[in-house]
Write a protein that binds this ligand. Sequence first.
Ligand SMILES: OCN(O)CCCc1ccccc1
Ligand code: NI
Length: 187
Amino acid sequence: MITMDDIVREGHPALREVAKEVSFPLVAEDIELGEKMTEFLKNSQDPELAEKYGLRGGVGLAAPQLAISKRIIAIEIPSMEEDSDEPFLSTVMYNPKILSHSVQQAAIEEGEGCLSVDRHVPGLVVRNAKVTISYFDKDGESHKIRLRNYAAIVVQHEIDHINGVMFYDHIDKTNPNYAPDDVLLLS
Ligand SMILES: OCN(O)CCCc1ccccc1
Ligand code: NI
């Protein structure tokens, strides 16, 4: 299983590379990788397992964070309702792509973090509020989905990783808390 020891930290070259597309049909290794990334995210969101294995909670993970320079991301966003055991978004995206996005921008009010960054980097990470994403699933089926708000933020954070971009690259150097006047602040 993937643990924090497998996640590379800032300074590792893989985090600054543009990852390569995967080709279809996928090799077994890339299908298994996606499954292990999802397993990590689920474990990281389970208080007992997270504690037992010392996992930091995550809702997304990108292959470059495992020093694998491939365009593979896993998303595991729990549903907002406590009782529902269906996640809001649970998927492994191969060759994800932002097809289009809103003019409207959004940011998480308390900023972002990253499993590959062992420090708090304050500041607003302004992103597109809505995105239309295309991706392939493990069976090579093509998908096109529209995401907004928190889910859109998470997927953009992960797609940044496969392009060698870190969340703090988006923070305004001179005024980290700069918020464009019509940015949607998500709490
Ligand atoms: O790359 C995944 N990762 O470092 C885990 C944190 C993901 C994440 C955190 C805050 C806002 C969007 C996404
Ligand atoms: Ni990250």
